[in-house]
Design a protein around this ligand. Structure first.
Ligand code: MF3
Ligand code: CO
Ligand code: CO
Length: 272
């Protein structure tokens, strides 16, 4: 039996703080994501901000030997792209920046896509579908829901849009540890065992491809690319299961809860 930790109020407060800080890194970096900046420069700005401004620890740095503080995954890179001094952003690139931090002993983990200059219709639609698939899953979450519904719903929606879902990488429980039980699959699965309970905290982080969902790991041991070199996009949030639904711990200012949950503003107080 898997041991899924349910967080108490004290822990939830700390997770909320950690989540807010990770979201703020993505808000801060937006301004720097422009033509010609290198992914190493982006890494350095995030690293310094997390350490000096936020008095936190970049969770990726040294994790299983990972050499940098964030992941930067461009175009056909699905995830775990390593920032590099030789890699400059080009017109039309799509880049996922994945930030995970540790604050006061608790982890948070979040990522979003940025587009450089004018996007192609395809890359814009891919990023939109990746984000919508995450939001769709967030709309489902409530106590006593079977966990498999998340993956089932994401895959059904993505297939309808004629894109594919990467199966090798999933979301994860998170708290005092970076990766805890349960695994959150983003594809159809029918494990009936796991039922959501208030106090669970986990990430949802679908990786969506324009072509096939097959992936390959590069020689650096980290960078995951699409096998067919099609584009890939990902969005990730850390969430808390509440009595009524879920709270997005890594919500950014640009994101509108009432739009995400398709509700009226007057209902907002019932969500938090
Ligand atoms: N942030 C990634 C996740 O969403 C994990 C990156 S591990 C690293 O789970 F070592 F590559 F940084
Ligand atoms: Co994650
Ligand atoms: Co992440």
């Amino acid at each position: 039996m898997k041991s899924i930790l349910v967080k108490n109020n004290e822990e939830i407060k700390k997770m909320r703080k950690a989540g807010k800080l990770a979201a703020e890194v993505l808000e801060m970096i937006e301004h720097y994501i422009v033509y010609d900046i290198t992914t190493e420069e982006i890494n350095k700005i995030c690293h310094d901000y997390i350490i000096k401004k936020q008095k936190s620890i970049p969770a990726c740095l040294g994790y299983n030997g990972y050499p940098k503080s964030i992941c930067t995954s461009i175009n056909d890179v699905v995830c775990h792209g390593i920032p590099n001094v030789k890699q400059k952003l080009k017109e039309g690139d799509i880049i996922n920046i994945d930030v995970a931090i540790i604050h006061n002993g608790y982890y948070s983990d979040t990522s979003k896509m940025f587009i450089i200059g004018k996007p192609s219709i395809l890359s814009k639609r891919l990023c939109h579908v990746a984000q919508e698939s995450l939001y769709l899953a967030l709309n489902l979450i409530k106590p006593n829901m079977p966990l498999y519904k998340i993956g089932q719903t994401i895959e059904k929606y993505v297939k309808k849009q004629k894109f594919s879902v990467v199966k090798e990488y999933c979301g994860h429980g998170i708290g005092k540890n970076f990766h805890e039980d349960p695994q959150i699959l983003h594809c159809d699965n029918t494990d009936p065992g796991i039922i959501l309970k208030p106090g669970m905290t986990f990430t949802i982080e679908p990786m969506i491809n324009t072509g096939s969902n097959r992936v390959r790991c590069m020689k650096d041991g980290w960078t995951i690319k699409t096998k067919d070199h099609g584009l890939s996009a990902q969005y990730e949030h850390t969430i808390l299961v509440t009595d009524k639904g879920c709270e997005i711990l890594t919500l950014r200012k640009e994101e509108n809860i009432s739009q995400i949950f398709k509700i009226n503003n007057k209902d907002l107080k019932y969500i938090k």
